[in-house]
Design a protein around this ligand. Structure first.
Ligand code: HEM
Length: 197
């Protein structure tokens, strides 16, 4: 949180102003936080069902034409053969990825020049192929503005010493089993700004 806030503070010019859309492209760490969150908790854990248009073989499994196929992004995003320490929330692992690299599907998890590090691992939180989410940019922009503004303007704490329960609900889209409760207070430097918004 501190790292994201330092990044925002460095980019938003004084006197304190709320985060604006034009600043978002200058906030790579905030972007990595959102992507890493979506890696561990993809909004659509099982992508919209596909149907194979021809007979094919994937990893030794024969798939006849017309089979309904479900892509399990939740499991793929936590595959230990692709990710180091897959269960750990580590935004830094995505820092070196460019926008284009992240947009490429996870199947191409190596760079063309043969590098095979965390930055080369891809996620598919917005799906893949021709039915990929058409609003990826809008979604990232909205999430960045909302999360960035909350980090910029408020101090956040847990409600108790207990860690936040991150268990997943069982809906089609990812939800928290136990709703998040947190305590927030306006940052001292933001009180004036927040009182006029
Ligand atoms: C962080 C925000 C979002 C995430 C993570 C997300 C994720 C996804 C995913 C995983 C799919 C299924 C893709 C597939 O099956 O390959 C999808 C489809 C879709 N999304 Fe999003 N989405 C987000 C925001 C939005 C927003 C803001 C809109 C509209 C304003 C939107 C509109 C759609 C539509 C229309 C489809 C269906 C595309 C099709 O079937 O051709 N999404 N999204």
């Amino acid at each position: 949180m501190k790292k994201a806030r330092d990044e925002i503070d460095a980019c938003v010019r004084k006197p304190e102003r709320p985060l604006e859309a034009t600043v978002v492209p200058k906030l790579p760490y905030l972007r990595c936080i959102i992507l890493e969150t979506l890696r561990l908790y993809p909004v659509v854990p099982l992508l919209v069902p596909r149907e194979s248009s021809a007979d094919c073989t994937v990893n030794g499994f024969h798939i006849p034409k017309g089979t309904m196929l479900l892509v399990n992004t939740y499991v793929i995003h936590r595959d230990p053969s692709t990710w180091d320490d897959p269960e750990t929330f580590l935004p830094e692992r995505l820092l070196r990825c460019t926008r284009v690299e992240l947009s490429v599907c996870i199947l191409q998890c190596r760079f063309k020049d043969g590098r095979n590090n965390q930055a080369g691992k891809m996620t598919m939180s917005f799906g893949m192929g021709r039915r990929r989410c058409p609003a990826e940019n809008l979604g990232m922009q909205l999430a960045s503005l909302a999360l960035g503004t909350m980090i910029q303007c408020f101090d956040w704490e847990r409600v108790s010493m207990e860690l936040v329960d991150m268990s997943e609900g069982s809906d089609l889209t990812m939800s928290k089993k136990v709703p998040l409760e947190a305590i927030c207070q306006p940052r001292a430097s933001m009180v004036d700004l927040l009182s006029v918004i």
